[in-house]
Write a protein that binds this ligand. Structure first.
Ligand SMILES: [Zn+2]
Length: 80
């Protein structure tokens, strides 16, 4: 009979990181400003927690939280 007491199914703690963050996410989102009828971009804030864009016509600021809504969309319509 062969027993192997060292074969214990340990999970290494390194496995925890999987799926937490996208790898190399794009640094901006695509936007369509309905009031200006132009495409624009929302760039990521320095802390990486949101994207900020600004309507070129009326100057309204738009902010998109990163991950807060669970959305992975990279393109948004903006009505301002
Ligand atoms: Zn606008």
């Amino acid at each position: 009979m062969s027993r192997d007491p060292t074969r214990i199914d340990h999970r290494e703690p390194d496995a925890r990181l999987s799926g937490a963050q996208e790898r190399a996410p794009k640094p901006f989102l695509g936007l369509w400003f309905e009031c200006a009828k132009v495409y624009g971009r929302a760039y990521r804030t320095p802390d990486g927690r949101a994207y900020l864009g600004k309507c070129p016509k009326c100057g309204a600021s738009v902010r998109f939280g990163v991950g807060a809504e669970g959305s992975s969309d990279r393109f948004f319509k903006v009505r301002c």
